[in-house]
Structure formats: structure tokens, C-alpha cells
Design a protein around this ligand. Structure first.
Ligand SMILES: Cc1cc2nc3c(=O)[nH]c(=O)nc-3n(C[C@H](O)[C@H](O)[C@H](O)COP(=O)(O)OP(=O)(O)OC[C@H]3O[C@@H](n4cnc5c(N)ncnc54)[C@H](O)[C@@H]3O)c2cc1C
Length: 509
């Protein structure tokens, strides 16, 4: 059978596209996923269903690609989790549903993507959500598949309440709704966790579309490469049950995420020519930007011993702090996550973690392939904190967070000694930089490895609708398409992008 569209990757973006495109009953769509499928809520394993209440913490290894990345010159290997399951990373993530700020989209527009200004993306942020706290207003929707709520202050756990109070006393403003475009300061995180259940795109968008006869879902099916004929994508080559198969479609859409999509592109001969030759792949079309421009939100972990037992099923991140670094002209370029982690399986201590994070880093990294074999995991070079401005902001953030925790009396009854921190290096810039580089960690927001932009931009891989430059019938719709990161956790933005491009595709664009 020849499908109208084959989508590779049933994650945040893939499930939204599949759901929207099959609203037209004549559109025959095939959705492919390397990981397993749990088709009903009842069949969902505990780690997927209860993101913060399961004994696996927020992600179990059985649903993870298990990538490793080089964080910095002083930390050569760190785990980089990514969901490998129908639901993708939306089925293993921390469920913070925060939007980018208007200036993020002004920057995207200035990079040659004038159809992505804030005014043009706002309707799609609203379309995807059902905000249970604010309902429909100028900035919110109440009809979308993703339910969003915030913990009211009376439900905050003791550590989150103490953190909020410490921030208020330090002069940060109140922020009741972090999804308002002009918001900043301290307040509850918007979360897509409802009654402890993670609202992935699998149990929301895809669940509502599964029974459509024009939608076929093939799980446990790894896409190896795109089939190309005369400069046009005509289908994909997959591996399923130990067999190789070819599946054909009028259009191919890659939604395999910021690691999977550039990998499949390069294995199909679409990428930087010299690198493809190095790994023995025939070059079909030279696209130097594939794998470049790797973005994330670099962070470090500060830990204190807890004196109390965190409650089960309570979200660790209830309260956010966002602020603008001294000397920065980028509003909300810093974010701090805190949370009390339980003792998982008797293997870890109960801890308060504080993660100061650069939410719009100057630095960028690179993704490269190690070989032409799909099962060889790509090499991820993040190069966190190489840029002096990223280090400066992070040094100040580490100092600020240490002060907020150690000087607020309300923490004393809750916390024991520091378990991880810079110690004496705190007050010495060079020593603190060395500590930061050794402790650098992923913010879990890998993106931008196949960025959109004008054909005149040599590193742009696709146009503003995700159509790959120089190849017919091939689109990219996922985190890899972002031209830069946004000042927020990126799941809401990836979902917004999928809604926006789906609407264009439905209109025939
Ligand atoms: C641990 C963790 C916590 C996070 N917490 C948050 C958070 O709280 N808030 C937030 O906003 N963001 C969070 N994120 C990030 C966010 O969830 C992701 O950025 C987002 O889900 C990416 O969407 P995507 O569609 O680009 O890719 P994904 O959702 O990852 O989907 C890609 C899909 O493609 C499949 N795939 C890949 N390669 C192939 C192949 N060769 N063949 C077939 N299928 C393939 C994958 O298995 C996957 O299902 C978190 C991420 C992680 C890992």
C-alpha cells in the first residue's frame, strides 16, 4: 500500500501531526515508532503513567534510548535520556509545560523565519492546551488535548514552599502564571500532570485518533533511512522483527527528535558531505547544517541532604524561579529548578536538588555519527559553558542559589549538610569555572540540529514549514527544526510547532 504520509517517530510532534492529519478520513497515514506501544491507559507501565510516583523516578531505562553526550572538556560522558516509546520524550519527561517568551520568536523571525513571530505562534500554544487554572482568555486555551494545572500554594511541599519564600525575601516578584508573555519571578510551574498521571501526546492526541481506519501505527519498527528517487523522498527503509522492509508514501515526515532526525538524515545521504564520506555514506544532497547548531539548557546540580521524607506522587518541581541575569538584555535568560527527591529503590539519599540553568545559552554544540549503522548511537558534543557569558551567568546563579538556600532560616529544619556543591571554589571565579565544567549537565532540552531558515543561510536544513531544502516530499517537524532554543522547557514549543505545521499541511501548504 502507498500511504499519503509516513511519519517517523511517535513522540511529542509525531503524534500531534498524525492526529491532526487523519482528521481528514481520506488521508492515509502510517506512523512508525522504534519503541513499544501501550495502546490503552490501563496497559501503561507505572514509570510512564506516574512520572513522579513510580519507583523508577521519572524515566525507566526500558523506555530510554540511553544516549551519552560530552558535556564539556572536563566532563566527557553524561547520560542523555530520550523517550523510545509511543509518546516519545513526552512519555518520559518532567511535564513542565512552559512556553517560550515573545523575544524568543522575535529572534526566530530575525533568523529568516518571519512566519514564527510570537503573534503567529500564540494561537497554537493556546490550541494545544486546556488550562484548568485560567481557562480561555487572551493567552490561554480550554479546548486542547493537553490539560495543564499548577499546584496551589497550600499544596506545595515543604521544600518548595521554603524555596518560594526564600526567593520572595530576596526581592523576586510573584509570578502566578509563568505562561503569560510578560511574566517573571517566582511562582508555580504550569504542569501537564493530572492526578499524578503524565499527559503525554500518546494518551491525549493519539488516543483520540487510534480508532480511525485511515491511521496505521507500527511500533517496534526502526527507520534506517529515507528512500530517495530523483531528489524526491518516496518512502523509508525500516527494520522490524529482524527483517528489513520498504514502506512507500507520497510524503515522508521526520519526527524522530533532535537526535533521531539528524541521524536518519545523515544515514540517507542528506548532511555535511565530508562527514558522510568519512563514515561511508553516499552523499545524496549536501546539507552542511544537519547535526550542527546543537542547543540545550546547560545546568549543574547542587544537593543538600533532606531531613524529611518527600511525599510519593507529588511533583518534584512545583515552584519555578525565572529571572534576567545581571548585564543581560535577554529577559528570563535564567531558570532555577528545585525539588526533593525520594530515596529511589534504597539506592540514593533523600536530597534537595537545586539546578540553576542558563535558559538561553550562547554556546552551541554538534552531533556527529560514529558509523553508517543505525544502532550506533550518535556522538553528542554539547560544549556547555565554553562561552564566557554562559560561565558568568552560571557562576552568579550558583552563588545566588547557595545564598538563597543557606541563608533562609526556613530551610534549617528541612536540610542537612551539602552533598554536592563547589565548597571553597564558590568565591573564586576560576575555581568555580573548573567545578562548573566538571559538573555540567544536560537540561534535557536538546534541539536545533536541523534548523529552519532561508536557503541563503548555509546551515538552514528546512524551510519555515519544515520542508527540507533541495529534497521534494520530505519534511522535518520536531525539536531539531528549532532555529535556536527558547527560554523555557521545550515540549510546549515542539507541540506548538507540530500544531502550526499540521494546520498548514491540512490547508495544502
Ligand atoms: C528526562 C526528560 C525530562 C524532560 N522534561 C521536560 C519537561 O518537564 N518539560 C518540557 O517541556 N520538556 C521536557 N523534556 C524535553 C521534551 O520532552 C522533548 O524535547 C520533546 O518531547 C521532544 O519532542 P520531539 O517530538 O522532538 O521528540 P520525541 O518526543 O523524543 O520523539 C521522537 C520519537 O522518534 C522515535 N525515533 C527516533 N529515532 C527513530 C528511528 N530511527 N525509527 C523510528 N522511530 C524513531 C523515538 O523513539 C521517539 O518516540 C524532557 C526530556 C527528557 C528526556
Amino acid at each position: 500500500m502507498i500511504y499519503d504520509t509516513v511519519i517517523v517517530g511517535a513522540g511529542s510532534a509525531g503524534n500531534i501531526l498524525a492526529s491532526r492529519l487523519t482528521e481528514d478520513p481520506t488521508h492515509r497515514l502510517l506512523l512508525l515508532e522504534a519503541g513499544p506501544d501501550y495502546p490503552s491507559r490501563q496497559s501503561l507501565p507505572e514509570d510512564v503513567r506516574l512520572g513522579f510516583g513510580s519507583s523508577a523516578g521519572i524515566i525507566a531505562t526500558s523506555h530510554d534510548w540511553g544516549y551519552a553526550g560530552e558535556a564539556s572538556a572536563r566532563r566527557e560522558e553524561m547520560p542523555v535520556p530520550r523517550g523510545r516509546i509511543v509518546g516519545g520524550s513526552s512519555a518520559v519527561n518532567a511535564q513542565i509545560l512552559l512556553r517560550g517568551v515573545p523575544q524568543d520568536f522575535a529572534a526566530w523571525a530575525a533568523m529568516g523565519n518571519e512566519r514564527w513571530s510570537f503573534d503567529q505562534v500564540l494561537p497554537y500554544y493556546c490550541k494545544l492546551e486546556d488550562d484548568l487554572d485560567f481557562g480561555a482568555d487572551d493567552y490561554h486555551g480550554d479546548e486542547g488535548p493537553i490539560r495543564v494545572r499548577r499546584y496551589p500554594e497550600e499544596e506545595w511541599s515543604p521544600d518548595q514552599a521554603a524555596w518560594a519564600e526564600a526567593c520572595r525575601r530576596a526581592g523576586f516578584s510573584e509570578c502566578p502564571d509563568a505562561n503569560r508573555p510578560d511574566s517573571t519571578g517566582v511562582g508555580p510551574f504550569p504542569l501537564n500532570t493530572i492526578d499524578g498521571v503524565r499527559q503525554s501526546t500518546a494518551i491525549t492526541y493519539l488516543a483520540a485518533a487510534r480508532s480511525r481506519p485511515n491511521l496505521a501505527i507500527l511500533a517496534d519498527c526502526t527507520t534506517r533511512r529515507i528512500l530517495l528517487e530523483n531528489g524526491r523522498a518516496v518512502g523509508v527503509e525500516v527494520e522490524r522483527g529482524g527483517q528489513t522492509e520498504r514502506l512507500y508514501a507520497e510524503d515522508v515526515v521526520l519526527c524522530a527528535g533532535a537526535v533521531g532526525t539528524p541521524q536518519i538524515m545523515m544515514l540517507s545521504g542528506l548532511g555535511p558531505a565530508a562527514h558522510l564520506r568519512e563514515i561511508g555514506v553516499d552523499v545524496k544532497h549536501h546539507l552542511p547544517g544537519v547535526g550542527q547548531n546543537l542547543r540545550d539548557h546547560p545546568t549543574v546540580n547542587l544537593f543538600w541532604k533532606l531531613k524529611f521524607k518527600p511525599a510519593n506522587l507529588t511533583h518534584w518541581h512545583q515552584v519555578a524561579l525565572r529571572y534576567t541575569a545581571d548585564g543581560s538584555d535577554a529577559a528570563n535568560d535564567m531558570i532555577v529548578y528545585t525539588g526533593a527527591t525520594p530515596d529511589l529503590n534504597g539506592e540514593t539519599e533523600e536530597m534537595l536538588f537545586v539546578r540553576p540553568t542558563v535558559n538561553l545559552a550562547v554556546g552551541q554544540g554538534e552531533l556527529r555519527l560514529r558509523s553508517a549503522e543505525i544502532h550506533d548511537k550518535p556522538a553528542l558534543y554539547y560544549r556547555y559553558f565554553e562561552e564566557p557569558f554562559d560561565r558568568k551567568r552560571q557562576r552568579e546563579a550558583i552563588r545566588l542559589c547557595t545564598e538563597l538556600v543557606e541563608e533562609y532560616a526556613g530551610f534549617r529544619s528541612l536540610l542537612g549538610p551539602v552533598l554536592n556543591g563547589p565548597g571553597a571554589a564558590l568565591h573564586d571565579d576560576e575555581a568555580l569555572d573548573r567545578w562548573m565544567l566538571a559538573e555540567a549537565d544536560t537540561g534535557h532540552h536538546t534541539s536545533s540540529t536541523c534548523k529552519m531558515g532561508q536557503p541563503s543561510d548555509p546551515l538552514a536544513v528546512a524551510d519555515q514549514s519544515g520542508r527540507v531544502h533541495g529534497v521534494e516530499g520530505l519534511r522535518i517537524v520536531d525539536a531539531s527544526l528549532m532555529p535556536d532554543s527558547v527560554r523555557a522547557n521545550i515540549n510546549a514549543t515542539v507541540m506548538m510547532m507540530a500544531e502550526k505545521i499540521a494546520a498548514e499541511m491540512v490547508e495544502g501548504n
